[in-house]
Design a protein. Structure first.
Length: 314
């Protein structure tokens, strides 16, 4: 009889242990798992939406939890999560969750979705950085929604994403690293709601790009490195907000259709060959003639020096 009671007790302890482990969910520390995001997207839960999680517009700025796509590979850290891969997700519309097991998803790992067959991407407000080539060569990707909160886009993050047509970057963005959008040949228009520094060849060889606009009002200092917009043969106009300090060498080289550009009075240096082989005709400068004369202009910028300068443009 004692043996029977012992067996029953052992079985009960085993069941209780399994129940506790299942209730915890996910992984701890640096473990990796295919995690379910906090909340359930509307329409995927046969029992209705999870009442504990609101369903704001994906990519919104109301700082509410965003229920994302299921099956993604997530690595939990001490107080945040890293999105590391596609996992079992097979859909075309990728929505990155804002939280997993109560922890914010703050970054996307390098090479996480390289060459993935996704058509749209939505990033939540919790994501602050994107790793190297994390969405590189996603050639079917058409739309990308960045949220306020994003600060850094890594090297080659969207290189060769040939189907993207327009991009709008949040005011929180501070830097876009080398080759981040290089060879995005379908890209037609880029808008920055704030001021962000651009790395080498950041938007080079985007042969359909027609318009670039920086509309930041906080006057945060920023600059462009070498060849940032080089060889964009369709680029016609570019507008830059106050805070721009330096335009790097060969920045607009080969932009043969570039006719007009608007420059702020914060500009202090235009490097060698920045406007070589462009069609520049008019430069709208926010300062006066004296302020323009103080800008250091490197060699091989005849297109700039021969263009009509229109001062006090506001």
């Amino acid at each position: 009889m004692k043996k029977i009671r012992a067996i029953i007790l052992a079985v009960m302890l085993t069941v209780m242990t399994v129940f506790v482990l299942c209730s915890c969910g996910g992984t701890s520390g640096g473990g990796k798992a295919t995690a379910k995001p906090q909340g359930t997207p509307a329409g995927n839960d046969p029992g209705g939406e999870d009442p504990s999680v609101s369903s704001p517009e994906p990519g919104g700025t109301d700082h509410q939890p965003v229920a994302g796509s299921e099956g993604l590979e997530i690595r939990e850290r001490d107080d945040s999560c890293l999105l590391t891969g596609v996992g079992s997700f097979t859909g075309a519309e990728l929505v990155v969750p804002s939280h997993v097991n109560g922890k914010p998803v703050t970054s996307v790992d390098e090479d996480a979705f390289g060459d993935a067959s996704i058509v749209s991407l939505t990033l939540p407000w919790t994501v602050v950085s994107l790793g190297e080539e994390c969405f590189g060569a996603c050639r079917l990707l058409e739309t990308v929604t960045f949220s306020e909160g994003l600060q850094m886009i890594g090297y080659g993050s969207f290189v060769d994403c040939v189907s993207i047509k327009t991009l709008t970057f949040p005011a929180s963005l501070e830097s876009v690293n080398n080759s981040a959008f290089r060879e995005c040949s379908g890209l037609e228009e880029v808008t920055f709601l704030g001021n962000a520094s651009l790395g080498n060849m950041c938007f080079s060889d985007c042969t359909s790009l027609k318009k670039v606009t920086f509309s930041g009002t906080d006057k945060r200092s920023y600059s462009f490195k070498s060849e940032a917009f080089a060889n964009n043969t369709s680029l016609e106009t570019a507008v830059f907000s106050e805070g721009l300090k330096e335009i790097g060498s060969w920045c607009f080289s080969g932009c043969t259709a570039l006719k007009t550009i608007s420059l702020p009075k914060s500009l202090t240096k235009i490097d060698v060959s920045a406007f070589q082989n462009t069609g520049l005709e008019k430069v709208y400068f926010e300062g006066n003639a004296e302020e323009w004369s103080k800008i250091t202009v490197g060699s091989n910028n005849e297109a700039l020096l021969n263009a009509e300068i229109i001062f006090n443009n506001r």
